[in-house]
Design a protein around this ligand. Structure first.
Ligand code: SIN
Length: 552
């Protein structure tokens, strides 16, 4: 298969970029489940943007930078903040219906924001965005969506046929010359691997929450894009900064590895207050912004209260919002909690922190370019410099939609110049014959399901117990030793086994866990989401910089 533009992932970044790139050529979107199944689909909160009269760009920039613990890149932050309103109106033009009052956006408030600036669609913002974008995509003749296709690995110089063409062979030696030519994708229904060649490939694969036991992320969030990027030789940065959302619904009998239900930060923004079981507020002990402090502070405070008191959860008291407003503004949360036996108009909601968002990832520049030629990335899989050590609430959909637009603008300007392997336009068509076909000769069918299930469980437990909200060197080293061993075993199993979704996910999960732990061991200080008991202070002298991993 050959296409002009290949997008992996069907969330807000991938879909909005597909619509724009379709004006330049053929677009193929590859997604491992149905097209609507993305992290975006589950976003409740919304998109932060300066739209209120009492707000301004400087305030949003300042809030983002101060939340990011000294690691945000100003240029990237300015880009998302200043372009925000334009991208929001673009989404409205595409049919997204945000909540309004008297003809103006109804703006919500979330932790770390000094003003109300969250554009939302009740408490199902992501779903509304997906609905509108997918509707456009489905009616666009230049876009094809390949559902149930699992992206396995990017095609790079390492996948070129070695003896076919000297011109390409020399690039194998030089990392700075590495390029991406598409990817191998596993057709889940036909159980066969296809080679897809593309002029440009864009990773918009979303998150990695499933490497933890408790996560707000859907089952698809196994960190595939992070692992593929790392294996292909992309520069990876800041993988240690995993954000835990302070308030996921605590349920006694939930399976450890299913997605937990999020209680949006917008509920606290509307007035709900965190309390312990006995009804006492506690956030005043940790931060003057109390329940609306940035997420790293709130999640650590909850963790500390639970540990001190020996409780399994804390509580969110939504009574200050009032029954009418709860039902009107948070219908999804109200109904879901009610279906689980909790009437949030009358009682407190039991909550615990859960893995929610990766602030690190594939390093990109301001145009969304990765360190591989022809490979771009946007959304959660990236490290653009926007989030630093801790993401400000509702800046993620904003980052995805702004950077995907940047990628489009870059490709449009450079369309004649970024053809694979430094060649000219016609070489792009030739790449199909120069790239190796998938070869699984000598492999056998996976017959040891129990091995995969066990390893997956072990990865999640290691991450949960040793690489969570509070860390220390001993725990991290223990985690690293175990993950390295698992990684070796899984690699060996992968080499001799025909691919399945379960195996591909396991391979990616162990790689992602390795990257998080490895990066965490490098940062011997506490900053943002990375809190080390044995290095409790921030150390700007040695660590005011990105942690970096490169495979090769
Ligand atoms: C939420 O609704 O609390 C999630 C929003 C976000 O993660 O930015």
């Amino acid at each position: 298969m050959i296409t002009d533009f290949l997008i992996v992932g069907s969330g807000i970044g991938g879909l909005s970029l597909a619509l724009k790139l379709s004006t330049l050529g053929k677009v193929l979107i590859v997604t491992k489940k149905q097209k609507a199944e993305s992290n975006t689909n589950y976003a409740q909160g919304g998109i932060a943007s300066v739209l209120a009269e009492d707000d301004n760009f400087d305030l949003h920039i300042e809030d983002t930078m101060s939340c990011g613990g000294g690691l945000c890149k100003r240029e990237a932050v300015e880009k998302i903040v200043r372009e925000g309103p334009t991208r929001i109106y673009e989404l409205v033009d595409l049919g997204v219906k945000f909540s309004e009052k008297n003809g103006k956006f109804l703006l919500g408030r979330e932790g770390g924001h000094s003003k109300s600036r969250i554009v939302h669609a009740k408490d199902l913002t992501g779903k509304e965005i997906e609905r509108a974008l997918l509707h456009e995509v489905e009616h666009n003749k230049n876009i094809r969506v390949l559902e149930y296709h699992y992206a396995i690995d990017l095609l790079t110089n390492r996948n070129l046929k070695k003896n076919d063409n000297e011109k390409y062979r020399h690039t194998l030696k030089n990392r700075s010359d590495n390029a991406c030519y598409g990817l191998y994708a596993y057709d889940i229904k036909k159980k066969k691997v296809e080679k897809i060649i593309a002029r440009n490939t864009i990773m918009a694969t979303g998150g990695l929450g499933q490497v933890y036991l408790h996560t707000t992320n859907p089952a698809i969030a196994t960190g595939d894009g992070f692992a593929m990027g790392y294996r292909a030789g992309c520069v990876m940065e800041n993988m240690e900064f995993v954000q835990f959302h302070p308030t996921s619904l605590y349920e006694k009998d939930i399976d450890d590895d299913t997605q937990v239900f999020l209680i949006s930060e917008a509920v606290r923004g509307a007035g709900a207050v965190l309390k312990t079981k006995d009804g006492k507020e506690f956030m005043q002990k940790y931060d003057k912004r109390k329940s609306l402090a940035p997420r790293d502070i709130v999640a650590r405070a909850i963790d500390s209260e639970m540990k001190k008191r020996g409780d399994k959860c804390v509580y969110l008291d939504p009574s200050p919002i009032g029954e009418e407003n709860i039902k009107k503004n948070f219908p999804h949360i109200y109904k879901t909690c009610l279906s689980k036996g909790i009437d949030i108009t009358k009682e407190m909601i039991p909550v615990v922190p859960a893995a929610h968002y990766a602030c690190g990832g594939i390093k990109t520049d301001i145009d969304g370019r990765t360190s591989l030629k022809n490979l771009f990335a946007c959304g959660e899989v990236t490290m653009t410099g926007v989030h630093g050590a801790n993401r400000l609430a509702s800046n993620s959909l904003l980052e995805a939609v702004v950077f995907s637009d940047g990628i489009f603008e870059y490709i449009k300007k450079n369309i004649g110049k970024i053809i694979p392997s430094n060649g000219k336009g016609k070489d792009f068509q030739k790449m199909d014959s120069l790239v190796l076909d998938w070869n699984d000769k000598g492999t056998i069918n996976a017959d040891e399901w129990v091995l995969i299930a066990h390893d997956k469980r072990e990865i999640k437990e290691i991450m949960n117990d040793y690489v969570g909200i509070v860390r220390n060197t001993v725990r991290l080293q223990r985690a690293l030793r175990r993950i390295k061993m698992l990684r070796e075993e899984i690699k060996e199993y992968y080499i001799r086994t025909k691919v399945t979704v379960e195996l591909l996910e396991l391979r990616n999960m162990v790689t992602v866990a390795y990257m998080i732990i490895k990066s965490a061991t490098k940062r011997k200080e506490s900053r943002g989401l990375h809190y080390m008991l044995d290095y409790p202070e921030r150390d700007d002298k040695h660590f005011k910089k990105e942690t970096r991993l490169i495979k090769f």
